[in-house]
Design a protein around this ligand. Structure first.
Ligand SMILES: Cc1ncc(COP(=O)(O)O)c(C=O)c1O
Length: 476
């Protein structure tokens, strides 16, 4: 982009934005089964958008300058605390920031002889690895059961040391949508004098409504003894516009460990509850308005519809030859993989085939003994299209069977595994990818099966190096 010499009209700009968005996945309608959360109620999204716009230019940097921020945040955080076992909280920009603050609070809550450590099940979100990376904390990975995909309390206990400052459990974990045994894990943490964070980013504003709608949901929130903090994203099942999450702390003293203040310069005094300093109050306004527009009744109805859709989807997938649902998720996140044996299909090809038919089904790479699979986040709008979704999955499965597994050019995996990435600039990497048929500059409906198959064959650290390079290339 170059800066225009003269300012342009709003109409021109909106037309250009529409053009830029032409190849985007649709954010409404339920055909994109990850990333977006759709109530299927345009009036709710409209209320959020207008409130977002109203608060857009308010800066949350200084709560004394903009008291509306304090009042709105207290109302939103208060509603989350009321539903999830009490405590005090902070409104943040998303799950990653909520987790970052929980890890910072734990790290700063006591001195350790060695580097601070945390116990993290392999199914926990990478935000914990990111927080560990940024904050100098060591991750001790905890395996999960290969059938239920839940972290076992005994395995958590086994990795706790004198330096452990935090134990993590998910409600649910994203990949298979299952809830870790929170009460047992939190009990062990408490007995060992360690803090325990429940990552309810995806489930915090979902599980209570599912429970009310009749699902069996075990206790998972701050009311569980030993749970000391919890993250709950409102831009997921709260259906708020992006940039909205809450981190709760059982104890105000722990919340203070998440805060940051600096008077070490000659400018304005800095007091930050979050990682970001200056930031728009738009997301807070959007979350506040979504709560108000839906109310208890709205969320409960969405919970009912979501639960029914997830059940129908699981049952339908189980009937499609060649597929199997992974685990027995309590939530409305559903993962399915290929059946073993002759019937099996390449799930990455299946995902591409679904994309050709206008549906985005999210591929997940194999990891820690868990096979490659497809993830579907069932949301409020899914029920209206669940039959169509099942038809597409069945068709895409059949097409994937006919096509067979993604064919990798011979030696490609070994080539990528042995590549000295530091010796390649972005342009050379892009050319190399093009030479093996992968167009990194392309848009629209990319065929990802080959890329996913190559990544799947690499160890995690290699995957990460390649992914970072990929990001660098697409922004060059
Ligand atoms: C369980 C869980 N935790 C944390 C996150 C990170 O959330 P965000 O993308 O808002 O940073 C996610 C996102 O999907 C998640 O599912």
């Amino acid at each position: 982009m170059s800066l225009p010499d003269k300012g342009r009209t709003t109409d021109e700009l909106l037309a250009e934005i529409a053009r830029l968005k032409r190849d985007d996945l649709p954010v409404r309608g339920g055909k994109v089964t990850a990333y977006v959360y759709d109530t299927g109620r345009p009036e709710v999204h409209e209320a959020a958008a207008r409130a977002y716009f109203e608060m857009l230019e308010v800066n949350t940097l200084d709560p004394t300058a903009f008291p509306s921020v304090v009042e709105m945040e207290k109302q939103v955080v208060g509603a989350v605390a009321e539903l999830l076992g009490g405590g005090v909280g902070i409104f943040t920009s998303g799950g990653t920031e909520s987790i970052m603050l929980a890890v910072k609070a734990a790290r700063d809550s006591r001195e350790t002889a060695g580097r601070p450590r945390m116990a993290v099940p392999v199914t926990a979100h990478p935000a914990f690895h990111k927080a560990a990376h940024y904050l100098g904390v060591v991750v001790d990975a905890v395996p999960v059961d290969p059938v239920t995909f839940r972290a076992s309390p005994a395995d958590v206990e086994a990795v706790i040391t004198e330096d452990t400052v935090l134990v993590v459990a998910s409600a649910p974990s994203y990949p298979q949508g299952v809830i870790d045994p929170i009460a047992e894990i939190a009990g062990i943490a408490a007995a060992r004098g360690v803090l325990c964070h429940v990552d309810a980013c995806v489930g915090g504003w979902l599980l209570p409504w599912l429970r009310e709608a009749g699902a069996e949901i075990p206790p998972f929130d701050l009311s569980v003894p030993g749970v000391t903090s919890l993250s709950c994203d409102l831009h997921k099942f709260g259906y708020a516009p992006k940039g909205a999450s809450v981190v709760l702390f059982a104890d105000p003293a722990l919340r203070r460990r998440a805060y940051f203040a600096s008077a070490s310069w000659p400018g304005y005094t800095v007091i930050n509850a979050t990682v970001q300093s200056s930031k728009s109050a738009g997301p807070l306004g959007g979350a506040w308005a979504t709560f108000q527009a839906l109310g208890r009744e709205g969320y409960l109805e969405l919970g009912r519809a979501t639960l029914a859709a997830a059940r129908e989807l699981r049952e339908g997938i189980a009937k499609i030859p060649g597929l199997r649902v992974l685990g027995d998720p309590e939530s409305t996140l559903v993962a399915f993989g290929s059946a073993e044996g002759e019937d099996g299909v390449d799930v990455f090809v299946l995902s591409d085939e679904a994309r050709k038919r206008g549906w985005f089904l999210q591929p997940q790479l194999s990891y820690a003994g868990i096979p490659a699979n497809i993830h579907i986040t069932v949301t409020g709008v899914t029920m209206r299209g669940v039959e169509a979704m099942l038809e597409v999955i069945a068709e895409a499965t059949e097409a994937a069977r006919e096509r067979g597994p993604a064919e990798l050019p011979e030696g490609l995996v070994e080539l990528v595994a042995g590549l000295d990435l530091d010796a390649l600039d972005d342009a050379a990497f892009g050319e190399l990818a093009a030479a093996v048929g992968v167009d990194l500059g392309g848009s629209g409906q990319p065929e990802m099966a080959v890329v996913n198959a190559v990544l799947d064959a690499l160890p995690a650290d290699r995957r990460e190096a390649v992914l970072i390079r990929f990001l660098s290339v697409i922004y060059s």
